[in-house]
Design a protein around this ligand. Structure first.
Ligand SMILES: *[C@@H]1O[C@H](CO)[C@@H](O)[C@H](O)[C@H]1NC(C)=O
Ligand SMILES: *[C@@H]1O[C@H](CO)[C@@H](O)[C@H](O)[C@H]1NC(C)=O
Ligand SMILES: *[C@@H]1O[C@H](CO)[C@@H](O)[C@H](O)[C@H]1NC(C)=O
Ligand SMILES: *[C@@H]1O[C@H](CO)[C@@H](O)[C@H](O)[C@H]1NC(C)=O
Ligand SMILES: *[C@@H]1O[C@H](CO)[C@@H](O)[C@H](O)[C@H]1NC(C)=O
Ligand SMILES: *[C@@H]1O[C@H](CO)[C@@H](O)[C@H](O)[C@H]1NC(C)=O
Ligand SMILES: *[C@@H]1O[C@H](CO)[C@@H](O)[C@H](O)[C@H]1NC(C)=O
Ligand SMILES: *[C@@H]1O[C@H](CO)[C@@H](O)[C@H](O)[C@H]1NC(C)=O
Ligand SMILES: *[C@@H]1O[C@H](CO)[C@@H](O)[C@H](O)[C@H]1NC(C)=O
Ligand SMILES: *[C@@H]1O[C@H](CO)[C@@H](O)[C@H](O)[C@H]1NC(C)=O
Ligand SMILES: *[C@@H]1O[C@H](CO)[C@@H](O)[C@H](O)[C@H]1NC(C)=O
Length: 817
């Protein structure tokens, strides 16, 4: 009797439970907009609101609506949402108030049709949400596209900005913003390749780039509680003849409570692609799907499983692979789901795609004794994770810049020449417009890189705006900077200099940053601020400090860089209590910074001259890897300068190229000179100018060059490294420094040759030091490493492993003044 009541109760409860499940998810925040539509539009069980009446969520310079005119070529579908659009012909933003903090889904619908007045295919624009760049210079193709993102909103507003690219406009057909169920996106996951743990996922923006239902069945939004679209997997299968598609929706059993229908609906868990070993007897093979992703990003991959094929537990064991890495070995679903067959299960993994965007996902039989060769997969989702630049767009990916570079190098000479000419023109315009702006003393107009704030294009500085566009993605709101630095707390100051103070900070995604806040409102301060952002945003190299963002709200001049744990090279050489670096570490730091400078000189567009190379501008990360920082004085050269001899000689006293001082002709060789000075500091562990010493020893360069001529350079070697430094290594180092310090630029080597010589000095130091065995190269290894160095200098293979979110401390210029 009692068990009967109990059974009834369970039955009632499970019916109730089924009912509440089938009701679907009811988001707290729920904004659905059918842009440009004169009426509300029902789609499935939801209603998209018209935005023709006044909209208090959108601010845009002008209300422009577009609709598919009857003359229009054709609309491939009659889907209601794609009949109308809103054209945004200036910077616009949606500002949604958020009732429930946490992850929200943002879906943007684009279908470029031809309207009476606008050909939407000609649109080109960028989209950002909070501090994240979702799309940059995006041009929708002529098919309906749905872009889906998720962001963790921790403020009371979600701001979505649309920024048209130069001479273009933006548009949008429909928009969805709604709260996601808690725990849909994990806080972290295991990283495969290289294995490890990924934290901080909760603060990143994600973009869904793939959502696939296995079993050759498409799942449409109306069959998904979160209105997701799942593609059928057959087009991704590598060998279709090896698989069997299976389906049994009624066997999916959600009674364990997790994962629930919001993770994936039964139409996903109830179908699968299975290894067909019955029809291929004797073949033990993997089922493999091939996908193309954008390289240069990290991805969260979710594998959905549900055993809809076994008759009883412990019948199905299989392996899951990403490329050739194990995601799971001998997976036993019944064990993981308390022996409930048909209970859904999922696995999350994170992968880092650095060089290639091609991936393969496989499931295959396990070696468990007596296991029948079988394997299934029910669904797969791939989400791109925003990078350290808070971006999801390939333009901002690390790999894309390296690809482009390879193309320039490998491409036809004519193409390269053309690009060089265009870049030269851009530089010319930039500098010309800067000069004009200076003449006008129009501080505000000079500085139009903000783009986001003013709705009017500034005519005067069009040249600058060509350059400024990509930087919108780096803008960080002042409040975020205040938050990161505890409102510029004095206790967080890590450096003070002519420009202002440098603070240590922590961004909301827990990335440590260095925040340089300018105080001076002078033209020069502003120009240096601008130059630094322009320069930094163009390049990306493991030996150059990277830009995280900037802020120019409220006349602030704030630059946010990666935080460099170990501070400046200078501090490690003298004037501090820090432990002394050994000779090998010093050489490696020289090599790293030489690589950075070599990249600048031969780098992204055309030669960039740093102009302020000194030990205080070489920063060290936690592994003592060197990065060149502070690009406030940097310049493109030397051609530009021949048309424009600068009147003010800039740089730091003691490091200045004497030839530049007299001729004011700036070339890369001025950096080489300054680098030679740094090499001497590294060797001697003393400042370039030390007034406390006897007169003939005050100037390090004069002293060292005199000793070098006499063959007595060891007299200035830092006593801390005297015993370990090998004479051959010292000789090579000394000769290289001497060449760098040659009186005339044309006698100095290029940075590439300096780099080569430093590598050689490291090689000569060779086997002496026991505690870094990795660098003990055999002659053969050394030769191979040199040849790969030279290769990668050309192809800039260095870009491939630029680390994310790694960060720094920036000391300030003019310390030697
Ligand atoms: C489409 O736009 C034109 C103006 O561009 C307007 O006259 C017409 O009523 C619109 N049609 C619909 C169905 O909104
Ligand atoms: C968004 O709206 C809120 C008020 O609802 C306002 O405080 C906030 O400044 C707005 N943000 C932007 C970027 O417009
Ligand atoms: C619209 O623009 C696209 C891209 O520029 C072009 O290919 C197409 O021919 C244009 N269509 C019309 C009708 O002008
Ligand atoms: C969103 O971020 C906040 C602050 O970092 C964190 O406490 C919260 O758990 C996150 N929420 C989600 C759903 O990731
Ligand atoms: C998948 O299903 C489609 C029809 O929905 C069919 O045309 C196609 O051949 C199937 N693919 C395979 C590999 O069987
Ligand atoms: C999808 O939804 C439609 C109606 O919304 C329903 O008729 C159909 O059975 C559903 N399909 C699946 C696979 O659940
Ligand atoms: C579907 O699964 C249920 C429960 O596991 C089972 O009873 C039924 O026979 C299956 N249907 C098919 C067609 O295999
Ligand atoms: C789901 O599994 C539970 C536990 O094994 C079982 O009691 C229940 O009958 C199953 N439900 C369905 C619909 O198969
Ligand atoms: C399945 O793929 C993995 C990883 O690529 C490989 O190690 C394994 O040998 C493959 N198994 C079969 C049966 O081909
Ligand atoms: C999967 O990818 C890895 C690495 O990209 C490659 O070496 C391997 O050959 C691929 N395997 C298959 C089965 O395509
Ligand atoms: C799963 O496997 C572990 C280790 O083999 C075992 O201890 C546990 O009892 C199993 N759980 C179930 C539900 O079979």
């Amino acid at each position: 009797m009692g068990s009967g009541v109990c059974g009834l109760l369970i039955w009632v409860l499970s019916i109730l439970c089924l009912m509440c499940v089938s009701q679907g998810f009811d988001p707290v925040d729920n904004y659905l907009i059918d842009c440009g539509s004169p009426t509300d539009t029902p789609v499935g069980n939801r209603v998209f609101m018209t935005d023709n009446s006044h909209s208090n969520t959108l601010s845009t310079p002008q209300n422009i609506f577009a609709n598919i005119s009857s003359k229009s070529i054709s609309s491939p579908l009659d889907l209601a949402l794609y009949q109308t659009a809103r054209v945004l012909n200036g910077n616009s933003r949606y500002n949604f108030s958020i009732k429930q903090h946490g992850r929200h889904l943002v879906r943007l619908h684009f279908f470029p049709f031809v309207d009476k007045n606008y050909n939407l295919s000609e649109a080109k624009f960028s989209v950002s949400a909070q501090t994240f760049t979702l799309l940059r210079d995006y041009q929708p193709q002529s098919v309906p596209v749905v872009k889906e993102y998720s962001l963790n909103i921790t403020s009371d507003n979600l701001v979505l900005s649309f920024i048209p690219s130069a001479d273009s406009f933006a548009f949008l057909n429909a928009l969805e913003v709604f709260s996601l169920p808690r725990d849909l996106v994990p806080d972290g996951a295991e990283v495969i390749d290289p294995p490890g743990k990924y934290q901080n996922l909760r603060t990143q923006a994600l973009e869904t780039v793939l959502r696939v239902n296995m079993g050759n069945q498409t799942v449409f939004p109306q069959n998904d509680t979160l209105w997701r679209h799942w593609l059928s997997d057959d087009t991704f299968l590598k060998h279709k003849n090896l698989v069997k598609f299976v389906s049994n929706l009624s066997s999916v059993n959600y009674t364990r409570g997790w994962p629930n229908q919001d993770i994936a609906p039964s139409s996903v868990y109830g179908t699968a692609t299975r290894l067909d070993s019955q029809h291929n007897p004797g073949t033990i093979a993997n089922v493999t799907w091939l996908f193309d992703l954008d390289s240069g990003f990290d991805y969260l991959i979710r594998f959905h499983f549900c055993d809809i094929v076994s008759r009883s537990p412990k019948q199905l064991f299989f392996n899951v692979y990403f490329n050739s890495w194990f995601v799971a070995r001998d997976l036993d679903l019944s064990n993981l789901t308390s022996n409930i067959l048909g209970a859904p299960y999922y696995l999350d993994a994170i992968v880092r795609l650095r060089n290639s965007g091609q991936i393969n996902i496989s499931v295959g039989p396990s070696d468990v004794y007596n296991a029948y060769p079988d394997a299934i997969l029910n669904g797969l989702e791939v989400m791109k994770i925003s990078n350290s630049r808070h971006s999801l767009d390939t333009i901002d990916s690390l790999a894309s810049s390296s690809k482009k570079k390879v193309w320039v190098i490998g491409g036809s000479a004519a193409g390269a020449l053309f690009i060089i000419l265009i870049l030269a023109l851009v530089f010319f315009l930039v500098f010309r417009s800067r000069r004009q702006a200076h003449v006008d003393h129009s501080t505000q107009d000079d500085f139009t890189m903000n783009g986001g704030e003013s709705f009017q294009q500034n005519k005067q500085s069009r040249g600058t705006s060509i350059f400024s566009r990509p930087k919108n993605g780096y803008r960080i709101p002042f409040v975020a900077v205040q938050e990161a630095t505890d409102n510029f707390s004095e206790s967080l100051v890590i450096g003070i200099g002519g420009f202002g103070k440098v603070y240590k900070g922590v961004l909301s995604d827990e990335a440590k940053v260095a925040v340089k806040r300018g105080v001076s409102q002078s033209q020069q301060g502003l120009a240096e601020f601008q130059t630094e952002i322009e320069m930094l945003s163009q390049f990306c190299h493991r030996h150059l400090v990277s830009l995280i963002g900037y802020c120019n709200e409220k006349n602030e001049m704030i630059i946010i860089y990666e935080y460099m744990e170990k501070g400046t090279l200078k501090n490690h050489l003298y004037g501090s209590e820090l432990p002394k670096l050994n000779w090998r570490q010093r050489l490696e730091i020289c090599i790293g910074s030489a690589r950075g400078l070599h990249y600048l000189h031969t780098g992204p567009a055309k030669a960039i001259i740093h102009r302020d190379v000194k030990s205080a501008n070489i920063l060290l990360d936690e592994n003592l890897m060197a990065k060149v920082g502070d690009f406030g004085l940097s310049k493109a050269g030397p051609e530009i300068d021949q048309t424009h001899v600068s009147t003010a000689v800039k740089g730091s006293f003691g490091y200045l190229d004497p030839e530049y001082l007299t001729t004011q002709q700036l070339t890369e060789k001025s950096d080489v000179y300054s680098f030679g000075v740094v090499m001497l500091e590294v060797l001697s562990g003393r400042p370039v100018i030390d007034p406390s010493l006897p007169r003939e020893m005050v100037n390090l360069v004069d002293l060292a060059m005199e000793l070098q001529k006499k063959g007595e350079l060891e007299k200035i070697v830092d006593p801390h490294i005297m015993s370990e430094i090998k004479p051959e290594s010292l000789r090579r180092f000394g000769e290289t420094a001497e060449k760098c310090l040659a009186e005339h630029g044309h006698d100095r080597p290029a940075m590439g040759a300096v780099l080569w010589n430093l590598e050689y000095a490291l090689h000569l130091q060779g086997n002496v030091i026991r505690h870094s065995p990795n660098s003990e190269l055999s002659k053969h290894q050394w030769e191979t490493s040199v040849s790969t160095t030279q290769y990668s200098m050309g192809s800039m293979g260095d870009l491939a492993d630029v680390s994310m979110g790694r960060v720094f401390s920036q000391m300030v210029k003019a310390e030697m003044m």
